[in-house]
Design a protein around this ligand. Structure first.
Ligand SMILES: [Zn+2]
Length: 167
């Protein structure tokens, strides 16, 4: 590939291969983590990502994956920068991401949850991703990772992770 011979749509297509290491069904585009793709003057690419929450260790993996992938496609230089403002929110998750999360057994964040504190008091019912029952209970604020809370379904008694709204 010649330097600078790429277009943003093509690059977005390549970046579909970069997944959240914690939730491998979600691409960084599903997550809303991928913010922009810009050309550098030498034909390279600057990729801007916004971390899902500050200090999320997955971000190091994601930025290394982006760099490795684009270099392997012949991009001469790759810059990955983190943009912290505006802050990522679960509202940036795509509709597809919600479906993928549920299929993966993780309850997606409940929409319309402007009042994020409500999520922690369990005032918003979190439907079970397995049987859709709303009879669920919070077991722990922290699930398999800090980004998720652990719930249990009282209908099918399966435990599940809830992708909580937090950064
Ligand atoms: Zn259930």
């Amino acid at each position: 590939m010649l330097s600078g011979n790429w277009n943003p749509e093509e690059v977005k297509g390549w970046l579909q291969a970069v997944k959240d290491p914690e939730i491998p069904v979600l691409t960084i585009q599903d997550l809303g983590v991928l913010r922009s793709i810009e050309a550098l003057s030498d034909g390279g690419i600057r990729v801007t990502i916004t971390p899902t929450y500050s200090g999320c260790p997955a971000m190091n993996t994601i930025s290394a994956d982006i760099r490795r992938l684009l270099l392997s496609k012949g991009i001469p230089t790759v810059e990955v920068i983190e943009s912290l403002s505006p802050a990522w929110t679960t509202d940036w998750l795509s509709a597809e991401a919600h479906e993928k999360l549920e299929a993966f057994g993780i309850a997606p964040p409940q929409s319309g949850s402007a009042d994020k504190t409500a999520l922690f008091s369990a005032a918003v019912p979190v439907p079970c991703p397995h049987c859709k029952s709303k009879k669920t209970e919070l077991v722990s604020q922290f699930g398999s990772t800090a980004c998720k809370a652990l719930y249990r379904c009282r209908s099918c008694s399966e435990p599940f992770d809830y992708f909580k709204c937090l950064r």
